[in-house]
Design a binder for this molecule. Structure first.
Ligand code: PEP
Length: 258
C-alpha cells in the first residue's frame, strides 16, 4: 500500500490574516484525522515561517512556491534555497507552468534550482505538462519527456529519490477543465516508465507522481483511484479549508481501499 500526497499551491493569494486563518482551519481539521496521506501546504514566501510554526504543532509539511537559481548575493527580491531551509521548509515547487510562462524560466534555470534545493535538503516538486496545442497535436508525450529528461535526469539515483513530480497539463490549470482519469493515468504511466528506464523499477515505483489541474473535491477520488496517480497538486481548491480537507479525505479513501 502506497499512501498519497496532497499538496496545496496557494499561488499569490491571501493577506497575512487570511493566510493565518486558513492555516489554522486546516491544522484544526487535520488534528482529528489519523492521516496516511502526506499533506503539503505551499503558501506565498511571506507566510512560510508562519506556516512552519503552525506545522510544528500539526501534521502537514510546508513547501515554497519558488526559489532562486542563484546561491546567494546581489539578486534583489530573490529567496535562496538556504534561506528556505533556515525556516524549515521541506518542499519547493519548481517549473510551474505559470513561472515558465510569465517569468520565462528555462530548463537551465530549473536545473540550477533543483540542484540548490537538493543541496539544502529541500525536496523539489517538479511540474511538467503540455499546452493545449501540444495535446491537440498529439505531441504531449514528447514535450513531457523533454521536460523531465532536460531537468531531472542529470541527478544521481540517490538525489532523484527526493524528487516529487507533478503532471500539470497547462490547459487544465485554473481553467475548470480537468484531465480525465484516463488521460491522467496514461501520462502518469508514461512518466513512470521513463523513470524506470533511467533509475530502475524500485525508484520508479517509489516516485510520487501527482496530478494537478482543476483537481477539486468532486473529481479527486476518480483521479486518485488511477493506478499511477499518487495524489494531487491543488491550486484553487486549496484556498478553501473545507474543499482541501475533502480532497485529503479522497486520498485517504483511496489508500484505505488499496
Ligand atoms: C496549480 O497551479 O498547481 C494548479 C493545479 O491549479 P488549479 O488546481 O487551480 O488548476
Amino acid at each position: 500500500m502506497k499512501n498519497k500526497i496532497v499538496a496545496g499551491n496557494w499561488k499569490m493569494n491571501n493577506t497575512f490574516s487570511e493566510a493565518e486563518d486558513l492555516l489554522v482551519a486546516i491544522a484544526e481539521s487535520l488534528e482529528d484525522m489519523r492521516l496516511e496521506t502526506e499533506v503539503i501546504i505551499c503558501p506565498p514566501a511571506l507566510y512560510l515561517e508562519m506556516a512552519t510554526d503552525v506545522a510544528q504543532e500539526s501534521n502537514f509539511y510546508v513547501g515554497a512556491q519558488n526559489v532562486s537559481y542563484a546561491e546567494k548575493g546581489a539578486y534583489t527580491g530573490e529567496i535562496s534555497a538556504a534561506m528556505l531551509n533556515s525556516v524549515d521548509v521541506d518542499f519547493c515547487i519548481v517549473g510551474h507552468s505559470e513561472r515558465r510562462t510569465y517569468f520565462h524560466e528555462t530548463d537551465e534555470e530549473l536545473v540550477k534550482k533543483i540542484d540548490l534545493l537538493l543541496a539544502n535538503e529541500i525536496n523539489p516538486i517538479f511540474c511538467c505538462g503540455e499546452s493545449l496545442a501540444d495535446r491537440q497535436n498529439d505531441n504531449f508525450k514528447l514535450v513531457i519527456e523533454k521536460q523531465i529528461k532536460n531537468t531531472l535526469f542529470h541527478l544521481s539515483a540517490e538525489q532523484f529519490e527526493n524528487v516529487t513530480i507533478a503532471y500539470e497539463p497547462i490547459w487544465a490549470i485554473g481553467t475548470g477543465l480537468t484531465a480525465t482519469p484516463q488521460q491522467a493515468q496514461e501520462v502518469h504511466a508514461f512518466i513512470r516508465k521513463l523513470i524506470e528506464e533511467k533509475y530502475g523499477t524500485e525508484i520508479a515505483y517509489n516516485t510520487y507522481i501527482l496530478y494537478g489541474g482543476s483537481c477539486n473535491a468532486k473529481n479527486a477520488l476518480d483521479l486518485f483511484t488511477c493506478e499511477d496517480v499518487d495524489g494531487g497538486l491543488i491550486g484553487g481548491a486549496s484556498l478553501s479549508a473545507k474543499d482541501f480537507i475533502e480532497i485529503i479525505n479522497a486520498a485517504e479513501t483511496c489508500t484505505k481501499n488499496d
